[in-house]
Design a protein around this ligand. Sequence first.
Ligand SMILES: [Zn+2]
Length: 70
Amino acid sequence: MPVQFRGRNTTSDLFKPGERCHLAGVYGCETCRLAERETVVQVEVEAIFPLCAECPDLDMGWRLRDAARA
Ligand SMILES: [Zn+2]
């Protein structure tokens, strides 16, 4: 079973590792962005958001950069 994170940040467009993706596209790590790193992942519909490879802890979130064109 995938880990489900209950609750959301107040910023509702941030997705946590373990959440299920409902919109395919390229997502950027918000924590990395704030640290001026460029970390993006391609996530498909029904896929689980991964951990960020660059961030040392779970306290990060993915923000949609570009939705995939159907
Ligand atoms: Zn990151």
